[in-house]
Design a protein around this ligand. Structure first.
Ligand SMILES: Cc1cc2nc3c(=O)[nH]c(=O)nc-3n(C[C@H](O)[C@H](O)[C@H](O)COP(=O)(O)OP(=O)(O)OC[C@H]3O[C@@H](n4cnc5c(N)ncnc54)[C@H](O)[C@@H]3O)c2cc1C
Length: 443
């Protein structure tokens, strides 16, 4: 929980040190000027922090979660337009001077920085950030169009040029350019941020390469892809984690997409498995992927099955909705491999019988291990021998799982409405946050 404050803390630290350094040689002559300086420095500090978030450092992600990180990114970004607006209004140098091209380097770089920032914000708020877009069906539809996503991602990267322009803008302000401490801090913070961004981009060029060893449809809408390492360089992953996959030489786009590592009895030891549901523009083209096609993998990310759970013997509920079963299959395989005797309840809410992959394998596991039980419920159709509906308290009780509320860790993955319902169910039954691990298939 406290790690959620890490990045806002970074912004405050950058802001506070810059402000203190500035006041060593300059004191604001009025409250207006104080507000202008605070808003300017605060927005720059947040801009640097947002770039640091976009680098997705694994150590922080593990503690906060990538979905939450993107949410924090969205909320922090909201401060910038308000702060910039105040800053620009107070330091407004006038439309006349713009029209007369009579601008100082400070103003020119400032306006370029703000113009780029507006583009970055518009693409972020209306096209990339799930936080705001999920409120509108129209925006969600736009976001899912691959062409829009691609263009907006590139436009969003203008944030780097905006940072450079605003750095130049601040450096040209008379009363700070002579302040050596301030300029050193400003340059170090900006240099470190841009440096980290460049290192990340270079690192992305050297990602572990895998190739498709097998691709098959395991249900009418789900492709199972087995990946084998090229040149033996493999990736260390923990069960239940996910990564960004980029098909680099297929007839599908090269945009990286997030998928969870899963498990399959059809996959050879040492290879990786992903199961991908045909959902939209990109996933519907996966039929064009061929054996031998190369894939780069950036990650792994996620904390669905953390070390504390791996090492304990506490009961565990793997609760999936539809294709959200993928990380749970990975976790189940890990538990089977270590001959675990912990109590595991595998709950799977599925729409239709045709969507149920690997049912026989999971049923056999449940049959062979008395500590493991398998609970399927169909919401889209009545299937003989299975309950019909959604996973709710009545279902949990009907399966004799109510004691799991208190005793077990809950690992939940599925579509957003199912996750909302699951959160409500656990809250109503006093399942603590520490017992709950949620993977959301959307950013
Ligand atoms: C952590 C995580 C793990 C996932 N694991 C799996 C899995 O194991 N199996 C599976 O079938 N699906 C998984 N997904 C969902 C999968 O990433 C999306 O269904 C897929 O990217 C949709 O792409 P599309 O262009 O076909 O669909 P679209 O209809 O274009 O997009 C559907 C939604 O997916 C999201 N999306 C699209 N492209 C991207 C992208 N490049 N990066 C991030 N989000 C994007 C958008 O929110 C969009 O609204 C996972 C998602 C996340 C976040």
């Amino acid at each position: 929980m406290r790690f959620k404050w890490f990045y806002p803390g970074v912004s405050i630290l950058i802001f506070a040190t810059l402000y203190i350094a500035m006041t060593m040689t300059f004191s604001p002559s009025s409250f207006r000027i104080l507000v202008a300086i605070v808003t300017g420095l605060l927005s720059y500090s947040i801009m640097l922090t947002l770039i640091l978030i976009s680098i997705r450092p694994k150590s922080i992600e593990k503690k906060v979660g990538l979905t939450e990180l993107y949410e924090i990114h969205g909320w922090m970004a909201m401060v910038i337009p308000i702060a910039i607006l105040l800053h620009v209004i107070i330091f407004w140098s006038g439309l006349e001077s713009i029209l007369a091209f009579d601008l100082s380097p400070t103003s020119i770089t400032g306006y370029i920085g703000v113009l780029l920032l507006v583009i970055v914000m518009v693409t972020g708020i209306f096209s990339l950030s799930q936080t705001f877009i999920k409120q509108s069906k129209r925006l969600m539809k736009r976001k899912s169009k691959q062409k829009n996503r691609y263009l907006n991602l590139w436009l969003h990267r203008l944030s780097i040029f905006s940072v450079i322009a605003i750095y130049l803008h601040i450096s040209n302000v008379g009363f700070v350019s002579d302040n050596q401490l301030f300029m050193t801090l400003l340059t170090v913070y900006t240099g470190l941020t841009l440096g980290a961004y460049i290192v990340k981009k270079i690192h992305n060029l050297m990602l572990p390469k895998y190739q498709v060893a097998r691709i098959e449809k395991i249900t009418p809408g789900v492709h199972e892809i087995e990946l084998e390492p090229v040149k033996g360089k493999t990736m260390d992953i923990e069960p239940g984690q996910f990564a960004f996959f980029r098909f680099v030489d297929s007839d599908v786009t090269r945009e990286p997409h997030p998928f969870s590592f899963s498990a399959s009895s059809r996959t050879k030891e040492g290879n990786l498995t992903v199961m991908i549901q045909e959902d939209g523009d990109f996933t519907k083209t996966l039929g064009q992927v061929k054996v031998g096609d190369k894939v780069t993998i950036e990650g792994p990310y996620g904390n669905f099955y953390p070390e504390s759970v791996q090492q304990s013997n506490k009961p565990m509920v793997l609760f999936s909705g539809g294709i959200g079963v993928t990380p749970s299959l990975g976790v189940l395989e890990a538990e089977v491999k270590k001959n675990s005797n912990r109590r595991i309840a595998f709950i799977w809410g599925v729409g239709f019988e045709k969507d149920l992959n690997d049912k026989e394998i999971i049923e056999r596991l449940a049959h062979e291990n008395e500590n493991f039980t398998f609970h399927v419920i169909f919401s889209g159709e009545e299937v003989a021998g299975y309950p019909h509906g959604f996973v709710d308290d009545a279902f949990i009780k009907s399966q004799g799982l109510e004691e799991m509320y208190e005793k077990a860790t809950w690992h939940i993955c599925g579509p957003a409405p199912m996750l909302d319902a699951a959160r409500g169910l656990l809250e109503a039954n006093d399942v603590s946050e520490e017992q709950t691990f949620i993977e959301e298939f959307a950013f």
